[in-house]
Design a protein around this ligand. Structure first.
Ligand SMILES: [Zn+2]
Length: 454
């Protein structure tokens, strides 16, 4: 049985969905004013692992990931580049989806954009005004957190610290203090041409309201799982709960799943420290995106990890080694001298694997089980078992690398094949060495010659 650590109750709980066999989950996506950094994608890979494991357990999963395409940063960025908000955010939205794909993050059911759900937000705000949870001021409509009795239940933030009559209008929040927050910001000339002229006043939404409005639209007012980075617990998720539960009169989310911080070179990642990397920066440095995915999996999602380029290099080496061992397994099968190509997966290894994943998605231990399996010379059904595990790891462990070879190398391979047919082993060996010098290794298998890059 799957156990998840629930931030709301601060303990590991057995996961039970609201509706049998179905899971509805929401993950806070990217604010599309820039390319996502490696800290963002740690959260996205963590929620992908959760989704994949739920599917492995035969749940039907509906996952929603939002796109924050209107807030202080996106508006500032678009004005800076003299572009429309939409043109500005479109580029980063596309990049986000492309980066997800490179990291083998499975596609979500939908990626709703904030700007396309203004009506839903307005409706929710109207309801909050009507019920007395919200009030109007000169510059916007605010949520009155004193009115929501259980404010602070997720993050533990204390209302005693509440400063009198202090409201927060921008998205940069004082993390120490609970404050009334903006649901709707009335138009200000700094917003350029970004506004919606609606019943509650000309303006634009606050950051938090979009997730409340879009999650209930696609998943219902009460759903199973909400994920995000630990930095979102307060104020973002605390505020989502307040808006949703005050507006809908029902419990919002059953399980809150948060991943820990990722440090980079021992420090919090920041542009000014020079330790800030986007996924694209990592690829430009010559790493494969799946090496980054492997790196994420080597740390439990709820523990702080320290990213360094050396650690990433180690992760890449491990993944390469793993893939090399696995590809040699498939060759052995052809001779069926080992029982690796057994029809069934290895039950005892799968059980061990599931035990680690059931325990709050312990991917580092799950990887250990995989390593133990590939090194076990007596285990049966290895390939089938690896295939099952890779449904969650998403590391393309069984994918054959396509090797691009030049016309010259192709010619040499053909020549060598001819020599082999003529049983001219001396010539064949010489040609193999020549090909090796050009950077390719040849392995003769029952399926023909296999070429791999050295
Ligand atoms: Zn959110």
């Amino acid at each position: 049985m799957l156990k998840l650590f629930n931030t709301l109750t601060r303990k590991k709980e057995i996961f039970k969905p609201i509706k049998k066999n179905e899971v509805k989950m929401y993950s806070c996506g990217l604010t599309v004013y820039n390319y996502g950094h490696i800290g963002n994608y740690r959260a996205f890979v963590a929620s992908d692992i959760l989704k994949r494991y739920l599917e492995y357990l035969n749940f039907k999963v509906k996952k929603i990931v939002n796109i924050t395409d209107v807030d202080d940063k996106t508006i500032k960025g678009s004005i800076g580049e003299k572009k429309s908000l939409n043109d500005f955010t479109e580029k980063y939205t596309e990049a986000f989806l492309a980066d997800e794909k490179m990291l083998n993050i499975e596609k979500s059911f939908k990626y709703p954009k904030a700007t396309e759900h203004i009506d839903e937000m307005v409706k929710l705000i109207e309801g909050l005004l009507k019920k007395g949870f919200a009030y109007k001021t000169e510059d916007g409509i605010y949520f009155d957190i004193k009115k929501f009795k259980s404010y602070g239940k997720l993050s533990g933030v204390k209302l005693e610290n509440l400063k009198k009559n202090v409201r927060v209008n921008n998205d940069e929040y004082d993390k120490e203090n609970a404050q009334d927050f903006a649901l709707w910001k009335f138009y200000d000339k700094d917003d350029g041409d970004v506004f919606w002229d609606v019943k509650i006043g000309k303006g634009r939404p606050g950051w938090h309201i979009e997730c409340s409005a879009m999650s209930s639209k696609y998943l219902g007012k009460h759903f199973d799982i909400h994920t995000g980075g630990i930095d979102l617990v307060f104020p973002h998720h605390e505020n989502e709960i307040a808006q949703s539960e005050a507006g809908n009169n029902e419990k919002f989310v059953n399980y809150w799943v948060h991943n820990e911080w990722m440090m980079v070179e021992g420090k919090k990642m920041s542009k000014s420290l020079g330790n800030y990397y986007t996924v694209r920066d990592i690829i430009e440095k010559g790493f494969s995106p799946l090496a980054l995915r492997y790196f994420y999996l080597t740390g439990h999602y709820r523990s702080q990890v320290n990213f360094t380029l050396d650690n990433l290099k180690n992760a890449e080496n491990s993944l390469d080694r793993l893939k090399r061992i696995i590809s040699s397994l498939s060759e052995d099968n052809k001779d069926s001298k080992n029982a690796e190509n057994s029809k069934n997966a290895n039950k005892s290894y799968l059980k061990e694997f599931e035990k680690t994943m059931d325990d709050d998605l312990n991917t580092p231990e799950a990887l250990q089980v995989l390593w133990k399996l590939v090194r076990d010379t007596k285990a049966k059904g290895k390939l089938k078992t690896i295939k099952e595990m890779d449904k969650i790891f998403g590391l393309d462990l069984l994918k054959k690398e396509k090797v691009d070879v030049s016309a010259e190398v192709k010619e040499l391979i053909n020549e060598r094949e001819k020599a082999r047919k003529e049983k001219d082993w001396g010539k064949a060996d010489k040609l193999r060495d020549k090909i090796k010098d050009l950077g390719f290794q040849l392995d003769d298998t029952s399926d023909g010659v296999k070429v791999s890059k050295l």
